[in-house]
Write a protein of this length. Sequence first.
Length: 189
Amino acid sequence: MQPSGAVQPIIVTVTVGANLHQDILVQGSAVQKPQWYGATTYASPVQVPGSGTWAGTLNGYGITDFFQFPAQANRTLSVIVHALDESGNPSEGKSLPVAGLWDIADPGLTPAQANTPSAFNTSYFGETRLDAQIFQSTTFRLGIADYRGDGRPDYSYQARVLYGDRVLPARASVAGGTPRSRQQLLPGV
């Protein structure tokens, strides 16, 4: 894990049985900023933006950001989370983002019905992806966390829910030829 800011090397000498307290000054480290969505909990997730794309930061140890969105049965969706450094560039040296998806009625006593068992599970640098099949129409709770449970002001991410609620026109030929100007994917989030 890369530090946030610049750390000057120090030499620490310890002796057996002794305790040592050492403060380390880190210059230029990321500063915690308030989230646009405020504090979230499993019991009170915030609505996914209508665009399906947003940015956030896992600011503290054990923090999980929770969001919600409605989805219809017989659809599929993907949640894509990109880990970012404090400059907004993709990173695999900061957070290890993972995602979980629960039915909103789930009391949270079980693991997520759909989840990413590890971070960076795609061939794209800094990307974690969760794919899910929707079997019933309901509202879903999405959690994004660091795999280690860590969190700092430089553990930023960009998330996106790719989900199409309906397509216009309602029927399109599998052979192609449906005019593209009439095809439209309508977001359900």
